[in-house]
Design a protein around this ligand. Structure first.
Ligand code: GUN
Length: 293
């Protein structure tokens, strides 16, 4: 039977947004302007369009202004850099996100480098990522999904210090910065990725398992130690003719198997995703506050 607590992340995401909305109001009253988030979207990827729609809606809910620039799939790197440059220079923009992945012909590294580190609310700029990696330094922004993951562990009272954590995946968006952030919180962190031999052997040892792979159901029940805590960062859009949008979202973890083994798990949908979005709002608010200090 089921033994796991299913962590209610939606109410946490909502609590955080209520707090942010109050701070946005205060800032507006004090300085006469709202925080502003600029969103750059290249091409027609369905998942990217879905994520952007969700991010924009969340901004509107809390009173953050949004500026959207959509570029065609075949735009040039210079066009994209030009858009970023104008947002870098725009004082009503406090945060800039370039939705990833970008089309193949664009140099992702060069583009991320071009976003002002002071407006890098995704936390992907090497200055922010580098400071995250180095103990004793403070990045201006911590990437949203890793922040969401830690926020959930803290709010559910799950001890991190001294625990064995395994992060499955090493993406710049989630896996890598989550490993770095868990280390900052004094976990003993292992990373499992596509070249890892016998990943199950490593994940089985973990008190905390974080998955950021992008493949539905890759993490099976027998990958998990009884009593472990599972944070499923997978946000995989899968075809589902029965659902209203023709697709539905599913995680990396085989949920039905995991709940029989672990002590707590985040569901997908309604897990880390909404909290990650709350962290984007929080990063944007922090940036606006710094701008008016
Ligand atoms: N693609 C998937 N997740 C993210 C994210 O958090 N930020 C950006 N910019 N792109 C993404």
């Amino acid at each position: 039977g089921q033994t796991a607590a299913v962590l209610d992340c939606k109410s946490i995401a909502k609590d955080i947004r209520t707090q942010i909305a109050a701070h946005v109001c205060k800032l507006k009253a004090a300085v006469g302007t709202s925080p502003g988030l600029a969103v750059v979207l290249v091409g027609e990827r369905r998942d990217s369009h879905t994520f952007i729609r969700i991010k924009l809606k969340a901004c509107h809910q809390v009173g953050i202004s949004t500026f959207v620039r959509q570029l065609p799939q075949h735009c040039t790197e210079d066009e994209l850099l030009g858009v970023i440059s104008s947002f870098n220079d725009d004082p009503s923009v406090h945060g800039i996100i370039v939705q990833l992945p970008l089309p193949q012909h664009l140099d992702e590294e060069r583009i991320i480098n071009f976003v002002s580190p002071e407006k890098d609310v995704d936390g992907f700029h090497p200055l922010n990522m580098g400071n995250l990696a180095m103990r004793g330094r403070e990045p201006l922004f911590i990437p949203c999904a890793p922040r969401g993951c830690i926020e959930l562990l803290l709010r559910f009272g799950i001890e991190i210090t001294g625990k064995k954590a395994v992060v499955i995946g090493r993406s710049k968006i989630a896996g890598l910065p989550t490993s770095l952030l868990l280390q900052r919180h004094h976990a003993t962190v292992s990373t499992v990725h596509s070249f890892t031999k016998n990943p199950k052997q490593i994940t089985c040892e973990a008190d905390i398992v974080v998955s950021d792979v992008g493949i539905p159901n890759i993490v099976r029940g027998d990958w998990l130690k009884p009593g472990a805590v599972v944070i499923d960062m997978g946000t995989n859009l899968v075809e589902n003719p029965c659902s209203r949008h023709g697709s539905s979202v599913t995680g990396d973890v085989c949920y039905e198997e995991a709940i029989k083994v672990v002590s707590a798990i985040t569901p997908v949908p309604g897990g880390v995703g909404p909290v990650t979005i709350s962290m984007l709002l929080s990063n944007t608010l922090d940036s606006a506050k710094r701008a008016f200090r």
